[in-house]
Design a protein around this ligand. Sequence first.
Ligand SMILES: [Zn+2]
Ligand SMILES: [Zn+2]
Length: 109
Amino acid sequence: MVDSSSQHPTEEGRKRYPDTKGYYPDLSAREDDVPDYEAPCLCTSRCERRCAGECGCPACALSFSVFCDDIPALIRPDNTLDTDAALRAYRYGEYPWLHEEDAGTSPGQ
Ligand SMILES: [Zn+2]
Ligand SMILES: [Zn+2]
């Protein structure tokens, strides 16, 4: 376990969150324009383009969970997160639950 509050963003982290110099942009504190210093991005160049925090990065983990919060379709009936679907949506913009509605328009299959 890492104590994120004492860590600084990596070089890669500063590239991923340029507006906040590598910290997660805390939208709830937006009025004073303060990034979330508890959540530095610790990503490396080996991370996925849209990292979901697998590397231990608090900024990207937070970003991913905020993303999921906005999509009720990712929550299973037993109230757990459908992580596979969430990752696909987050990284690749795949929203299969939306495609189901206009299945008639897609060719093949
Ligand atoms: Zn990160
Ligand atoms: Zn990462």
